[in-house]
Ligand binder design. Structure first.
Ligand SMILES: [Ca+2]
Ligand SMILES: [Ca+2]
Ligand SMILES: [Ca+2]
Ligand SMILES: [Ca+2]
Length: 438
């Protein structure tokens, strides 16, 4: 108790009738009077000065009650005051959290990124949000069906955002199970005490097929004469408004592909299979903040061969030596040629023909070439150096569209040419040559 002055009080809500204070009378005052936000239960006893509450205050109804108190003399005139008496109501946890909806419906696409929310639940608690009484924590109580060890869905316990778990991102498949029911639980007191209030709600989730799928391997014919860029495929995100981008896997000096803002993929220039025959890159989607939205998709491109390379002779001139005593039919050497087009296809299939022989003495067709291997053989007879020491052959090498001529020179040699044996007279000539001063 004490004399009349400004005073503040804190009262817990729901506490029942009580006395807060007693003001002492100071002559000539004989009584007190209270006015203001009395809520029908707060008052002061005029003669004793007892300030009391005749019932329970409710924080959710009114958090502060402001009253004015004055003291009066016999004639009812104010002696002191009015003074401010303020009663602050303290919250207690007397309200359970309640979900905003009777039940929730959500749609999730197959292959969604783990942790990417596709829906939210939300509950409200009427208690003081500045206290744990209205701090809510969400969790998944039941998961029907629950076919894997880890749940397919997860909930952010603070925000109520529901997203696929890592397992869900991998296994969700509308072909296997297209509907799930989650029972989501919410507790106040931040979920930390067992005597918190709680509520639950059903969440029905439908799984839909993903639009975000890698297209099958793309085949592009090399050296296309079409006007570029040429649309080759498209991708579509499950999310609206994403930004598409291409992410290069190989460290290429340039990547001849682009993607439009709606996911159409283009080749930007003609490709050359002989330069590079496959391309692999990723398509990604990002949100406005630059965060990845979908899992990157791998795009695989195969450059298809066309016959755009003629055969090439390995040497400008192939020189072959043949001894006079080589028998007819003998293999005397090979004309080598290659073709840059795709191996083991007709585009690089080479065939060989002898187009001409110089001189045609003592007859034509002294040689033949195996048409699929390029090996040269003596035809009908052995060669004689006295008839001709050299023959010039033009060998025609063809693929299905191109032809190339490879030059071959055949040297006819005898044993003595091959292994020089110097007779005495020859040696003296040799020495004479060496003796000549330069
Ligand atoms: Ca509460
Ligand atoms: Ca309360
Ligand atoms: Ca070719
Ligand atoms: Ca080619």
């Amino acid at each position: 108790s004490g004399p009349l002055k400004d005073m503040d009080f804190s009262v817990q809500e729901g506490g029942g009738p009580r006395i807060l204070h007693q003001f002492t009378l100071e002559p000539p005052a004989v009584s007190f009077r209270a006015s203001g936000e009395k809520a029908g239960i707060i008052d002061i006893e005029p003669r004793t000065g007892i300030l009391y509450i005749n019932g329970s205050l409710d924080w959710e109804t009114k958090q502060v009650h402001k009253l004015q108190v004055e003291s009066l003399d016999e004639s009812g005139n104010t002696v002191k005051g009015p003074y401010a008496v303020t009663i602050y109501v303290e919250d207690i946890n007397d309200n359970p959290p309640e979900f905003d909806q009777k039940r929730y419906f959500g749609v999730v696409r197959q292959n969604s990124r783990p942790g990417k929310p596709f829906m939210h639940v939300h509950a409200t608690d009427r208690d003081d949000p500045k206290t744990p009484h209205a701090q809510l924590s969400y969790s998944i109580l039941h998961h029907f069906p629950n076919p894997y060890e880890e749940m397919l869905f997860q909930i952010d316990n603070a925000t109520g955002a529901i997203s696929p778990s890592r397992t869900g991102s991998y296994y969700l498949d509308p072909q296997k199970q297209d509907t799930f029911i989650l029972v989501v639980f919410v507790k106040d007191m931040a979920g930390t005490t067992t005597n918190a209030f709680s509520s639950s709600v059903d969440v029905i989730i439908v799984v839909m097929e993903s639009l975000w799928k890698a297209p099958p391997t793309i085949h592009i014919k090399e050296n296309s004469t079409q006007v570029h860029p040429v649309n080759i495929t498209k991708v579509r995100s499950n999310e609206p408004g994403v930004i598409y981008d291409i992410f290069e896997k190989e460290k290429l000096p340039r990547l001849p592909f682009s993607i439009s803002e709606n996911g159409d993929i283009y080749v930007t220039e003609p490709l050359d299979r002989e330069e590079k025959d496959t391309y692999t890159f990723f398509v990604v989607t990002k949100d406005k903040g630059g965060e990845l939205v979908d899992k990157p998709l791998q795009i695989h491109v195969i450059v298809e061969d066309i016959n755009d390379n003629p055969p090439v002779c390995q040497k400008d001139l192939t020189v072959i030596e043949v001894q006079e005593n080589e028998r007819e039919g003998s293999n005397i050497g090979t004309v080598f040629a290659m073709d840059m087009d795709k191996k083991d296809t007709l585009n690089s299939r080479l065939q060989f023909h002898i187009q001409s022989q110089e001189p045609e003495f003592p007859m034509k067709n002294l040689f033949y070439v195996q048409q699929d291997t390029g090996t040269l053989h003596l035809a009908g007879r052995s060669l004689s150096k006295r008839e001709s020491a050299k023959y010039f052959l033009k060998v025609l090498v063809t693929d299905p569209d191109f032809k190339t001529i490879c030059d071959v020179e055949v040297h006819v040699i005898d044993i003595n040419d091959q292994i020089p044996i110097f007779e005495k007279s020859d040696v003296s000539i040799f020495n004479t040559i060496l003796d000549v001063p330069i």
